[in-house]
Design a protein around this ligand. Structure first.
Ligand SMILES: Nc1ncnc2c1ncn2[C@@H]1O[C@H](COP(=O)(O)OP(=O)(O)OP(=O)(O)O)[C@@H](O)[C@H]1O
Length: 328
């Protein structure tokens, strides 16, 4: 028998309205104790609003949020002690050293054995050797690691990270993932938001895809990808005026093509991979200009396209929307 995993956080039918505008539309999800759970969505999807509701910075229009059985909007102080929080905007005091930054927060939370706790935090952040340098002289990645351990100084049960790696370069981003993973292994539950597919894929045990205030799907990265195709995604790059012809050929093979500017993609299920060469032959026979043709395993972007009709990357970059073609 597997031990039952408790829910750290239970969100039920949460709605948040700003005047006539509904930013969060009846969302429900649970975060299990000990997991890294990610809310993945583009700008304006409602991620920060959801986190602000959990942090009791906003009051829900309706719905409930329970943290370890506590209704957080009824027991705000008790709930707040159990939550650590860091955003991309969280800054550390530049003129103070990492040790002093941690001391201030330690005093704020009346931490006992503060010296030991600070030593542990500095070690967790790999900043022991930099403990007495000014924080302002350290790299962005080091400052973000300091902010991360500072937000956990009171030993919260859950840490909430709002786009924790936005603005960091790739090296610092992957280093922070490693840090989040190792803190999670020490027992802390993590809820984070991200607009980076790679981040959700690499870091999260489970992912909720959120768009326009609604949760579109929840699952592990593998489960979400498998929901797009049990096999592969065929991707055909053509001239933008030839996408319709490519899409028609794919439809003739029983596929459901998605057109994105000059790229046409479609899911090919396992067992039907042989279609790939037949499709290629047909495109050549029809004299359709093909600039590239390839297959890849489904990605979270393919999941996003299927669920929302647009790619997460395109949304982030403000590119035009995708045309979903319905099957004939
Ligand atoms: N106080 C507010 N008043 C009115 N509208 C708001 C308010 N806060 C957020 N919104 C709107 O609610 C929607 C969701 O915003 P939210 O910040 O939650 O999105 P997000 O997914 O976190 O995106 P981002 O990464 O840009 O913060 C957006 O359309 C935003 O403009």
């Amino acid at each position: 028998m597997y031990p039952m995993v408790k829910n750290a956080l239970e969100i039920k039918n949460l709605v948040e309205k700003f005047g006539d505008f509904t930013a969060v539309r009846d969302i429900s999800f649970n975060v299990k104790e000990g997991e890294i759970f990610g809310l993945l969505g583009p700008n304006g999807a409602g991620k920060s609003t959801t986190l602000n509701l959990i942090l009791t910075l906003l009051t829900p229009t309706s719905g409930s949020i329970n943290l370890y059985g506590i209704d957080i909007h009824k027991e705000v102080h008790r709930a707040k002690k159990m939550i650590g929080f860091m955003t991309q905007e969280t800054v550390v005091e530049q003129d103070l050293t990492p040790r002093q930054n941690l001391e201030i927060f330690g005093e704020l939370y009346h931490i006992e054995n503060i010296k030991d706790k600070i030593a542990e935090s500095l070690k967790d952040a790999e900043l022991t050797d930099f403990a007495d340098y000014k924080a302002g002289s350290m790299s962005g990645g080091m400052q973000r690691r300091l902010a991360l351990v500072r937000s956990m100084i009171q030993d919260p049960k859950i840490i909430i990270l709002d786009e924790p790696t936005t603005g960091l370069d790739v090296q610092n981003r992957t280093a922070l993932w490693e840090k989040i993973r190792s803190l999670n292994k020490k027992g802390i539950t993590v809820l984070l938001t991200t607009q980076y597919l790679e981040e959700a894929d690499a870091l999260c045990d489970r992912i909720a895809i959120i768009d326009k205030g609604e949760i579109k799907a929840i699952g592990t990265a593998s489960e979400l990808k498998a929901s797009v195709s049990s096999g592969d995604i065929v991707e055909i790059v053509t001239q933008s005026d030839a996408t319709g012809k490519v899409a028609s050929v794919l439809e003739d093979f029983g596929l459901s093509p998605v057109v994105k500017i000059d790229i046409v993609t479609a899911a090919i299920e396992k067992g039907e991979i042989a279609k790939f060469s037949d499709i290629t032959k047909e495109l050549i026979k029809e004299n359709i200009p093909i600039l590239g043709i390839s297959m890849h395993l489904p990605t979270l972007d393919d999941v996003f396209i299927k669920l929302t009709g647009t790619g997460l990357r395109d949304k982030a970059e403000g590119k035009p929307q995708i045309q979903m073609r319905s099957k004939k």
